[in-house]
Ligand binder design. Structure first.
Ligand SMILES: *[C@@H]1O[C@H](CO)[C@@H](O)[C@H](O)[C@H]1NC(C)=O
Ligand SMILES: *[C@@H]1O[C@H](CO)[C@@H](O)[C@H](O)[C@H]1NC(C)=O
Ligand SMILES: *[C@@H]1O[C@H](CO)[C@@H](O)[C@H](O)[C@H]1NC(C)=O
Ligand SMILES: *[C@@H]1O[C@H](CO)[C@@H](O)[C@H](O)[C@H]1NC(C)=O
Ligand SMILES: *[C@@H]1O[C@H](CO)[C@@H](O)[C@H](O)[C@H]1NC(C)=O
Ligand SMILES: *[C@@H]1O[C@H](CO)[C@@H](O)[C@H](O)[C@H]1NC(C)=O
Ligand SMILES: *[C@@H]1O[C@H](CO)[C@@H](O)[C@H](O)[C@H]1NC(C)=O
Length: 668
């Protein structure tokens, strides 16, 4: 028995000795975020998807910079580690270590590359070649867009940093037209690196040691300790290597390998395939927690460039957009965009305890040097019909995780990206036509102004004048100011009335209330045609949320906090508080339904609840609407809508478009 075991061990050692790096057939070449692009790329010339009858009218891309040299923090450590080259040779000659002779020879012949070690943090020659290759291949496919543009209807811009700016230069060299203009990088805030000007991210995430808890812990796991021990044995190094030494050796392997020249570094011979996988996992853990699913804020940053993508394509569809828009940025931004899109998301978060070899999150693929997300907008003409579709590519292959193998209909595309745009602001806020026709249009208040000339209102004014004994004539502004003093200085919660309210009779207050009703009716309610359309947008969101919940993939709660304007618009879309006749200055209907005091009070709230009902074996759903904590009976009988009623009511809103806005204004 003992003899058998001994034989096995000897045999294992002999086996590992017989596998050498130099003659291995299939090297594992995934080096986390320092993977050369060549090892992960496809080729757009072979993979481009354009259906018959379609033509690409706009290209949008987010590109990580090409290979750059190591930064200052790493370069000195790597230089220290190069001393091990001679050490390994000497050990080998003394019969220590178990590396193959040819691998030791190769290492011993390795010479330091001036560019890599002297031009700290600059784009490397290979990085420039990666970019030029990318530009070349894309211009071969999208000639009409990238080459023959006379006007400057394109955008080329990098985030701040010379290695990024030089990446953009490499790209246009590849296109073959160096007179293309690269916009100046934005030094402070940029949509393609928004996290850099965000203190919360820089301090709270990037520089927060807590974020690196998992990768740090992983370096104490047996898996990682085995890597260290293996290297130690292989090289015959007789003192204990530190974690930092391992990192430096790994960096030597990855930075001095070349993808474009198809040459791996002899430093990689220090590692087995398993070692490289373990080191790759450390990178994946870092990226996962710093830039992706591991920290909630990351997906929010990812939405920012995606909003630009949507806006760019909407403009291009309307004939006013860029032919191409290409941004050069960091791995951080790429990771955040994948996260916003829900790509490469594992069911189980990545942890130090378990390296899942079939995990989806792979920094080597998604954040290799020069990795890129390119998106095309295609116009398709079939007879009299014009249609649009959008194709997503990652590293020059269709991104099969989105839509149908990367190919989205316009509607699917909008549905994916729209939530990122309307996530936080009400839809009318930046709509040019709303600003012009409603918000800044004095005619909107014509009825309320007319009402101030009626005898009813004049009587109120007169009463105030007489009650207070003010002997000069109060203006309308003065009356409003007194009314505001009454309304703003009383407290509902403390049941405290304001003494200013004593200036008014009950009738006066009703007259003044009517002025407000007229204003909100014409600005936000039935008095303006746009109101109903804007109100449909949150309602479409409500339908989508509940549909998702029914499919088992939704949120337990979605709460939006907004303005009276938005609520008025939603009431209008739902047909609530609708009077038979429009509100008018000449007839104050005391029984009118439109009451700003009720429907636009502070803290008013519209809540919809989805209920699942199980009866015997049947599962059914219904929806109850509440306004200010009471069921709304005007939508469905008894205030409860069957799922069918609910869907029938809201489904038309899914197609709501606010393409009448004309231009995007500053929010007011
Ligand atoms: C090492 O040397 C051999 C033989 O000269 C060569 O085939 C191989 O490509 C070299 N480099 C590496 C990294 O193995
Ligand atoms: C190994 O790492 C230690 C610090 O952790 C450093 O002082 C030493 O110079 C490194 N040795 C080599 C050969 O890189
Ligand atoms: C871009 O410029 C060209 C002129 O070179 C012009 O014909 C074209 O309409 C412009 N395209 C767009 C989408 O604005
Ligand atoms: C190169 O780009 C410039 C500026 O967009 C354009 O005027 C010129 O026609 C282009 N040259 C070629 C050869 O396409
Ligand atoms: C370690 O190796 C070096 C170089 O081969 C040698 O000089 C030294 O004596 C060795 N130390 C130990 C403790 O074996
Ligand atoms: C590994 O990851 C894949 C993809 O996320 C997942 O389907 C699988 O369940 C994971 N395996 C384990 C054991 O967690
Ligand atoms: C009344 O309104 C006029 C402007 O309409 C204003 O100039 C005046 O200061 C106001 N008086 C008081 C007491 O608020």
């Amino acid at each position: 028995m003992k003899i058998l075991i001994l034989v096995t061990i000897l045999f294992t050692i002999k086996m590992s000795n017989s596998s050498c790096y130099w003659n291995e057939n299939c090297h594992y070449k995934q080096f986390s975020s320092k993977t050369p692009y060549e090892f992960v790329r496809g080729d757009i010339r072979d993979s481009v998807v354009i259906k018959p009858g379609c033509k690409t009218i706009s290209l949008w891309g987010l590109v990580r910079h090409g290979k750059r040299n190591p930064g200052e923090n790493f370069v000195y450590k790597m230089l220290d580690a190069t001393l091990l080259k001679d050490y390994i040779k000497t050990s080998h000659e003394k019969g220590e270590g178990i590396m193959c002779a040819q691998d030791v020879d190769n290492l011993s012949n390795w010479i330091i590359d001036e560019d890599t070690f002297h031009n700290v943090h600059q784009i490397a020659k290979e990085g420039y070649e990666e970019m030029a290759g990318l530009g070349h291949r894309f211009s071969a496919v999208f000639k009409d867009l990238l080459i023959s543009t006379d006007e400057k209807n394109y955008t080329l811009r990098s985030a701040y940093g010379h290695w990024l700016e030089n990446s953009a230069k490499g790209f246009i060299q590849g296109i073959g037209n160096e007179s293309l203009v690269i916009d100046k990088p934005h030094k402070t805030y940029d949509i393609i690196a928004p996290y850099e000007s965000c203190n919360y991210y820089m301090k709270g995430v990037k520089q927060n040691p807590e974020i690196y808890k998992e990768p740090t812990k992983y370096q104490d796991m047996t898996e990682f300790l085995a890597v260290k021990e293996g290297i130690q044995k292989r090289t015959g190094i007789n003192y204990t290597l530190t974690n930092e030494n391992i990192t430096s050796l790994y960096d030597l392997c990855r930075y001095t390998s070349s993808g474009t020249h198809k040459k791996l570094s002899p430093w990689c011979a220090l590692f087995t395939t398993e070692d490289i996988k373990v080191l790759e996992y450390i990178g994946d853990l870092r990226h996962y927690y710093r830039n992706s699913y591991g920290t909630p804020v990351n997906k929010i940053f990812g939405r920012i460039p995606l909003t630009d993508l949507l806006e760019t394509f909407i403009k291009a569809k309307n004939g006013k957009g860029n032919l191409f828009t290409i941004y050069f940025t960091h791995a951080t931004m790429m990771d955040m965009v994948y996260t916003a899109l829900g790509l490469f998301k594992d069911e189980v978060p990545l942890t130090a305890e378990f390296r899942n070899d079939t995990r989806k999150w792979r920094s080597s693929k998604s954040s290799a040097f020069a990795s890129n997300l390119m998106v095309t907008l295609n116009r398709c003409i079939d007879g009299d019909e014009t249609d649009y579709n959008v194709v997503f590519y990652l590293n020059e292959r269709p991104l099969d995780l989105i839509c149908n193998n990367g190919e989205c209909s316009w509607r699917e595309f909008e549905e994916i990206l729209k939530p990122f745009v309307f996530g936080c602001e009400p839809p009318y806020l930046t709509c040019g036509k709303y600003q012009k026709d409603v918000q800044k249009n004095p005619n909107i208040y014509a009825e309320s102004e007319k009402y101030k000339k009626t005898s009813e209102y004049l009587a109120t004014k007169d009463r105030i004048q007489r009650r207070t004994g003010i002997d000069y004539e109060l203006t309308d502004t003065n009356v409003t100011a007194l009314y505001d003093l009454c309304r703003h200085t009383w407290s509902g919660v403390e049941s405290k009335l304001s003494p200013w309210c004593a200036l008014f009779t009950k009738d006066d207050l009703q007259v003044l209330e009517y002025i407000q009703d007229l204003r909100s009716y014409y600005r936000n309610g039935y008095g303006t045609a746009q109101s109903e359309i804007f109100g449909q947008i949150p309602l479409a969101d409500l339908l989508r949320s509940f549909q998702k919940v029914k499919e088992g993939d939704g949120k337990k709660m979605t709460a939006y906090f907004t303005h009276a304007t938005m609520l008025d618009m939603v009431y209008t879309s739902l047909g609530l508080f609708k009077d038979n006749k429009p509100l008018s200055s000449t007839n104050r209907d005391r029984d009118r339904k439109w009451r700003s005091s009720a429907n636009s009070a502070f803290s008013v709230n519209l809540v919809a609840v989805l209920n699942r009902c199980t009866k015997e074996d049947e599962i059914d759903y219904n929806v109850v609407f509440y306004l200010n904590e009471e069921p709304i009976r005007a939508i469905c009988a008894d205030g409860t809508c069957t799922w069918k009623e609910f869907e029938e009511k809201l489904t038309p809103f899914l197609n709501t478009k606010i393409d009448f806005c004309e231009f995007k204004s500053e929010p007011y």
